[in-house]
Design a protein around this ligand. Structure first.
Ligand SMILES: Nc1ncnc2c1ncn2[C@@H]1O[C@H](COP(=O)(O)OP(=O)(O)O)[C@@H](O)[C@H]1O
Ligand SMILES: O=P(O)(O)O[C@H]1O[C@H](CO)[C@@H](O[C@H]2O[C@H](CO)[C@@H](O)[C@H](O)[C@H]2O)[C@H](O)[C@H]1O
Length: 505
């Protein structure tokens, strides 16, 4: 791709340039090409039909806050894209386009100095006025935001953009913007009231209040009359030894033997249980009050799974895949009847257990390796945003806690495949994690009886694998074989590197 021609120097303020002379080149040339290279862009496998800039406010002379609407076939997705101007001397991170006069336009979400400006605004609790609304910087705990260390951007390859300030504060800028209450904020407030301590404390949010339709239309199913959305959140920084994904992969690559990571499996099961016990407390506010699982819930989950599986299979049929992935995809496309049988199983068992709020996207990357007060290894759970591809109302619905368990077991399967441990390790690890979870949940009314629990777990494993196929095709197509193998393993088929047998959690 040719380097873009320099944008003219701004002559009427930064936001004026973005909204004026730069709009056309940004909308028609620069952004459509650049989006496809961003991991956080949730439609990398679909053609971008149009990009529209929605400038919100100027935060500093060289820092502007914007949304962009990305039109795809049949849907529009909305993203948060702060922009900043920097001198082009030396290495400049995240360049979008050169600007005449030796400057460069950058994606400020990944820029630590810009994150520092946002955090200072949060500490001060300011309000910025936009064309038709306000951006409110709402500190929850201003004291803990008072004097954080210097900012540094964490790895850029994630769904959102995260910065840590010393060992004090973490600021996350959301990318894909959905209207409505952010589950991460709601969950943090609720769990802190319930006394759940294995997560970071919530410190504040940046909320956008708009006077007209906000965020996605089309397939997302969002209610366009809900005009508030959250652009960023701050949490207390937790000292950690990395996330459980990195920890486990390093351990497995060193020694993939049976039982590797045993302490982690125990802690994962235990803390998932602690979380689910807190979420099943009955003295909860509306929206968090548990309800018994009924046959209507089970039928809904079966239908959702059918639909997610169909979406994944259709996306596979359309995708340009390599030879190994094509083989796996063909196999999956030919096994609809077996998938349907697995999906139908929970209907034959009496419903039991509770529907509660859940984490919603629990995997090893959402767990930090920490130390308990006695110095023993422990884990903390982060990122209560739910699955980033789902609309917010769906992420906030009461559902079975076994979905979180399924998410974690799928993650162990990813680790087995990508960190060369094989399925027998994954089977052992899954059993240990499940045993620790069941022990921790022993006697809790939230946990279904044994047989329905097994059938539901298999249903949610299948649904999660289907979600992952769609997620990987849109975000990391090179990894799609991993959930595809996981999907096939659930019906006891599929080429597996380690010659596994049928998956029976
Ligand atoms: N409270 C925290 N303390 C320390 N590190 C954190 C904290 N929250 C997140 N992180 C780090 O930031 C990374 C990304 O955070 P996460 O909330 O999972 O973002 P995303 O929604 O983009 O996946 C995590 O993997 C972890 O390394
Ligand atoms: O962490 P996010 O909220 O951004 O979640 C999304 O991205 C995850 C990848 O970072 C993705 O997780 C999948 O890959 C993981 C390994 O990289 C694996 O441990 C998970 O089990 C698997 O689902 C997640 O699905 C997606 O929502």
């Amino acid at each position: 791709m040719n380097a873009p021609a320099p944008l003219p120097a701004p002559d009427g303020g930064f936001l004026g340039a973005v909204d004026g002379r730069w709009r056309h080149p940004l909308e028609t040339g620069i952004l459509p090409g650049w989006l496809g290279s961003r991991r956080w862009f949730g439609a990398r496998n679909r053609p971008v039909r149009a990009v529209t800039l929605l400038p919100l406010a100027e935060m500093a002379p060289d820092l502007a806050l914007l949304l962009i609407d990305v039109r795809l076939d049949g849907a529009t997705q909305r993203y948060f894209l702060p922009l900043a101007l920097r001198d082009a001397t030396g290495a400049v991170g995240f360049p979008l386009a050169p600007v005449a006069g030796g400057r460069v336009l950058i994606d400020a979400a990944e820029d630590a100095a810009s994150a520092g400006v946002l955090l200072a605004a949060l500490r001060a609790g300011i309000t910025l006025h936009t064309g038709n609304g306000q951006i409110r910087f709402e500190p929850e705990d201003a004291t803990r935001l008072a004097s954080p260390g210097p900012p540094r951007a964490l790895k850029a390859d994630q769904s959102n953009a995260t910065h840590v300030f010393g060992q004090d504060v973490m600021l996350k800028l959301y990318r894909h913007i959905h209207p409505g209450l952010q589950p991460e904020v709601e969950m943090a407030r609720h769990l802190s009231r319930q006394g759940f301590t294995h997560m970071p404390a919530f410190l504040g949010q940046v909320a956008l209040h708009q006077g007209n339709g906000a965020a996605d239309s089309g397939e997302s199913g969002n209610d366009r009359s809900d005009h508030d959305s959250v652009l960023a959140v701050a949490f207390a920084y937790l000292r950690n030894e990395g996330d459980a994904w990195s920890w486990l992969c390093a351990a497995l690559r060193q020694d993939p033997g049976p039982g590797r990571g045993a302490w982690l499996m125990t802690r994962l099961g235990q803390r998932m249980g602690d979380l689910h016990r807190c979420l099943s407390a009955t003295d909860a506010p509306p929206g968090f009050t548990p309800e018994p699982v009924t046959i209507a819930h089970v039928e809904r989950w079966m239908h959702e799974t059918e639909s997610d599986l169909e979406t994944a299979l259709e996306a596979l049929a359309r995708a340009a895949l390599g030879p190994a992935e094509t083989q796996l995809a063909r196999e999956a496309l030919g096994r609809r009847a077996e998938f349907a049988r697995l999906i139908g199983q929970p209907a034959h068992l009496p419903p039991s257990g509770l529907c509660t709020r859940i984490h919603g996207d629990l995997h090893l990357g959402q767990v930090l390796v920490t130390r308990d007060p006695g110095g023993a290894r422990d884990v903390a759970i982060i990122d209560f945003e739910g699955e980033p591809r789902r609309p917010l109302p769906e992420r906030r619905t009461l559902t079975s806690p076994l979905r979180d368990v399924a998410g974690m077991l799928r993650s162990l399967d990813y680790a087995a495949q990508l960190c060369d441990a094989g399925r027998s390790w994954a089977r052992g690890a899954s059993r240990s994690c499940l045993a620790a979870y069941e022990l921790s949940m022993d006697g809790s009314p939230a946990l279904p009886a044994r047989e329905p629990a097994r059938a539901l777990l298999r249903l949610f494993l299948l649904q999660k694998a289907a979600y992952e196929i769609s997620y990987e095709l849109a975000s990391r197509p090179e990894l799609v074989a991993v959930p595809l193998r996981g999907l096939l393993a659930l019906i006891g088929t599929g080429a597996d590197r380690s010659g596994q047998e049928k998956e029976t959690p």
